[in-house]
Design a protein around this ligand. Structure first.
Ligand SMILES: [Zn+2]
Length: 94
């Protein structure tokens, strides 16, 4: 029996630790929030469950502006609202 190491990250909405692979990583690229669907965008990331409720909780807590140290425009959240509804690994990023 081998124990596999599963990287865990804390969701910025519900604050529970979850396996990183199931979470959506959000980064701030050139002044815009981006859903990092492939986990390959550089920089500081904020993790949230793929659950609109967790995104909403993170928005309410200003988790993104605190982590990225800037004000977040309301429209920046829109792509994230779509992204959290999709299961991991279903989006082809060109
Ligand atoms: Zn969560």
């Amino acid at each position: 029996m081998t124990e596999r190491y599963v990287p865990m990250r804390r969701c910025a909405g519900c604050m529970k630790s979850q396996p990183k692979a199931g979470l959506l990583r959000v980064v701030s690229v050139e002044g815009t929030l981006r859903a990092d669907e492939k986990n390959r965008l550089p920089g500081r990331g904020v993790y949230i469950c793929r659950d609109p409720k967790c995104l909403q909780a993170a928005v309410r807590k200003n988790a993104f502006s605190r982590n990225f140290r800037r004000a977040i425009r309301e429209d920046e959240y829109e792509p994230l609202r779509d992204a959290v509804k999709r299961p991991a690994g279903t989006v082809e990023v060109v």
